[in-house]
Write a protein that binds this ligand. Structure first.
Ligand SMILES: Nc1ncnc2c1ncn2[C@@H]1O[C@H](COP(=O)(O)OP(=O)(O)OP(=O)(O)O)[C@@H](O)[C@H]1O
Ligand SMILES: [Mg+2]
Length: 249
C-alpha cells in the first residue's frame, strides 16, 4: 500500500513548493516509484517538478459524458487515465484539472476515482498537492491520508488557519493518520506570540523553513524546485522531515 501525503494550507503559503521538495527528498533516498497528484485546478506542480502535462482527469471526465453507447466507459477511462499519466525519472504525475461543469458527473467521478485509486497501487508514495483553502476537504477530494502537511506562514492568522484546517479534518471525520504543520518562508526567529499560539492550538510543528533566496530565484527563472542543490538549507530540513515522518513510518 502506498503512503499517502496530502498538502493543505491557505493560498500562496508554499504547498506546491514543499510538495516538490518532499518528492525531491524521496527520490534522493531511493523511495521510488512516487506518484505526484496535482489536485489544484490551476495546475502548477508540474513546473516545480520540471515536467509537462497534456491531459487532465477533468478533461477525461468531460469526455466520458460523450462516450458513444456500446463502448464501455470503464475500459475507455482506464486507457485514458494511463495516457494522462506523465512518466518521469522515479516519479509520475497526474493532474486532476478543473472541477466539473454542468451535467451529471456522479458516475464519471466514481470511475475517475476508481482508476486513480488503482493507479496509486503501483507506487510507494502518493503526494497530493491540493488547492488553497478548505474546499477540497468539504468536497472530499482529500478522502484520507497517512500524513497531512499543513503549510503556513509564521503569522498568528496563519497558525489559526492551520488549526482550523486540522479541526475541519476532525469534523469531517477524514481518515488522516497524522496531521503536522510546517512553517514556511520564515524570516528570523519565531515570535513568542506565534510559538504561544502553536502551543495553544496543540498543532504538531514538524519543521520551520526559512525564506530562501535560491528558492525565490529558481521560481523567478522558471527552474524546477527539484533541481535545488543538496546543500540548500530548506532542502536539508525537508530531508530530515521526510526521514522522521515518512520513511520511519
Ligand atoms: N521557503 C521559501 N523561500 C522563498 N520563497 C518561497 C519559499 N517557499 C515558497 N516560496 C515561494 O512562494 C511562492 C508561493 O509558493 P507556492 O506556489 O508553493 O505556494 P502554494 O501554497 O502552492 O500556492 P497556491 O495556494 O497558489 O497553490 C512561490 O513563488 C514560491 O517560489
Ligand atoms: Mg500550489
Amino acid at each position: 500500500m502506498a503512503f499517502f501525503v496530502a498538502m493543505a494550507g491557505k493560498g500562496g503559503t508554499g504547498k506546491t513548493t514543499v510538495a516538490g521538495l518532499i518528492i525531491r527528498s524521496l527520490l534522493k533516498k531511493g523511495k521510488s516509484p512516487i506518484l505526484a497528484v496535482d489536485a489544484d485546478a490551476n495546475c502548477n506542480l508540474n513546473e516545480v517538478l520540471g515536467v509537462k502535462i497534456t491531459e487532465t482527469i477533468g478533461k477525461i471526465r468531460e469526455e466520458l459524458l460523450q462516450v458513444p453507447p456500446g463502448m464501455t466507459k470503464d475500459a475507455y477511462i482506464g486507457y485514458r487515465v494511463q495516457q494522462a499519466l506523465v512518466e518521469s525519472d522515479g516519479f509520475d504525475l497526474i493532474a486532476m484539472g478543473r472541477p466539473e461543469g454542468p451535467g451529471c458527473y456522479c458516475y464519471a467521478n466514481v470511475l475517475c476515482k476508481k482508476y486513480v485509486d488503482i493507479l496509486a497501487n503501483n507506487y510507494n508514495y502518493v503526494i497530493i498537492d491540493n488547492e488553497a483553502g478548505l474546499e477540497h476537504m468539504s468536497r472530499r477530494t482529500t478522502h484520507g491520508a497517512d500524513l497531512m502537511v499543513i503549510v503556513t506562514d509564521a503569522s498568528l492568522r496563519g497558525v489559526i488557519t492551520a488549526a482550523r484546517i486540522r479541526d475541519l479534518c476532525d469534523e469531517l471525520k477524514l481518515k488522516i493518520n497524522k496531521i503536522v504543520v510546517i512553517l514556511n518562508r520564515v524570516f528570523g526567529e519565531l515570535t513568542p506570540d506565534t510559538r504561544g499560539e502553536i502551543e495553544k492550538t496543540g498543532l504538531e510543528l514538524a519543521c520551520i523553513l526559512p525564506a530562501d533566496d535560491t528558492i525565490r530565484e529558481f521560481d523567478e527563472r522558471g527552474i524546477p524546485t527539484l533541481q535545488l542543490p543538496d546543500d540548500n538549507k530548506v532542502v536539508k530540513i525537508i530531508d530530515e522531515f521526510v526521514d522522521k515522518y515518512m520513511v520511519q513510518k
